[in-house]
Design a protein around this ligand. Structure first.
Ligand SMILES: Cc1ncc(COP(=O)(O)O)c(C=O)c1O
Length: 379
């Protein structure tokens, strides 16, 4: 009797298990699929960089009658799009024989590139030295130090001063054996990261059915690499636009056909805005179809809108990109697909972007619609 019921139980449970596995392998009702494509990041952290989702911004798509897509670069291991550039600069130095086991990477940066490099260097066993202006927040210094970097804050002096943090980084690397200055602004391995990874990912994710791309520039690596890739792949069909914050010269440069370099104003956005055409941008700037200038009022409003409408917690450069994508969509008209980059999350900027006092100081409180002011949770 006992034996029969055990047998009966086990055959029932076998059937139920088979059914439940079959249902597990089917797409979930919620639309989440288990994908074998990504597999195991077998080379450690560095092989987990990239392959980020392309997220449809539903409300903005509905508002414009277009499909607006954001590449979720905040999902990279270091939390930003700059992980890709950091990895490619290190791989390039290895390939050139400038960096061998136990070597040192040196960069002048206060931002996401340093964080990306710190992760890549730890993963690959290199030392990392970061020079940055001593005006940067203690939080940034602490984060880089806890990621293992040797951080050297130096006086904030203009670029033409030999004591500028970039020149100090270069000299430091030159004075060491087995060391490289990654030089993110003018090292075109940065742009190459987007030609070889971001571009092909977006092309595959949209099955080539995109009409336009837009993003802002810091080094210009993302915009240049994406523009080169998309123009080549689509035979010039996909339109590419620069998105520019106040204080950057590039919008006036593009609008005037390379004559004007208006640098008036400043911006709350971090990591973007440029005073010159970098080596990363130079080969591709003439391929651009135009540029859009986005004031801070629109960028900050979009930080709050993306949070409220899309559930996306974005930094200001990503929000500026989203505003630009919306404006490009409106310009192209209904039915088009526009892609942009969600460079990083708001985590590193929350004490400013969601602080009433800071918003007042920057004269941006009025830019947040009444219905969204509930998100201003910090004094
Ligand atoms: C937050 C953020 N957004 C955008 C960018 C710009 O990317 P790129 O240097 O590829 O022009 C950076 C660059 O550091 C950044 O830190």
């Amino acid at each position: 009797m006992l034996r029969t019921s055990v047998r009966h139980f086990s055959s029932t449970s076998r059937r139920l298990a088979a059914e439940s596995i079959a249902s597990m392998e089917a797409p979930f009702a919620h639309g989440i699929r288990v994908s074998a494509v990504q597999g195991i990041a077998s080379d450690g952290l560095v092989s987990a960089i990239g392959k980020t989702p392309l997220i449809k911004l539903k409300q903005l798509s509905a508002d414009t009658g277009c499909t607006i897509l954001g590449k979720a670069e905040f999902q990279n291991p270091g939390g930003s799009v700059k992980d890709r550039a950091a990895l490619f600069c290190v791989l390039d130095a290895e390939a050139r024989g400038q960096l061998k086991p136990g070597g040192t990477v040196v960069e002048g940066t206060a931002g996401n590139t340093g964080i990306g490099l710190a992760h890549v260097c730890r993963s690959k066993g290199y030392k990392l030295v970061i020079y940055m202006p001593n005006t940067q927040s203690q939080g940034k210094i602490d984060l880089l130090r806890l990621l293992g970097a040797d951080v050297r804050p130096v006086p904030a002096v203009p670029f033409d001063d030999p004591q500028n943090y970039n020149h100090q980084a270069k000299r430091h690397a030159e004075g060491l054996e087995n060391a490289v200055w990654t030089n993110q602004f003018d090292n075109i391995a940065n742009r190459q990261a987007h030609i070889e990874t971001t571009g092909p990912e977006i092309w595959a994710q949209t099955e080539g059915k995109l009409d336009a791309f837009t993003c802002a520039t810091g080094t210009g690596g993302t915009l240049a690499g994406m523009t080169r890739y998309l123009k080549t792949k689509s035979d010039g069909r996909v339109k590419c636009y620069l998105a520019d914050p106040p204080g950057s010269v590039l919008h006036s440069y593009i609008q005037s056909g390379g004559k004007l370099q208006d640098r008036s104003g400043g911006s709350i956005t971090e990591g973007i805005g440029q005073g010159r055409v970098t080596d990363n941008l130079r080969p591709d700037i003439d391929l651009l179809d135009g540029s859009v200038h986005i004031p801070d009022e629109k960028s900050i409003e979009m930080v709050y809108r993306c949070l409220d409408e899309e559930g996306l917690y974005l930094g200001a450069s990503s929000s500026l990109n989203v505003v630009a994508a919306k404006e490009v969509a409106e310009k192209l008209g209904k039915g088009h697909t526009v892609v942009t980059i969600l460079c990083d999350g708001a985590y590193r900027y929350a004490d400013r972007l969601f602080s009433r006092k800071w918003l007042e100081q920057k004269n941006l409180l009025g830019a947040i619609p009444e219905r969204l002011q509930k998100y201003i949770v910090l004094p």
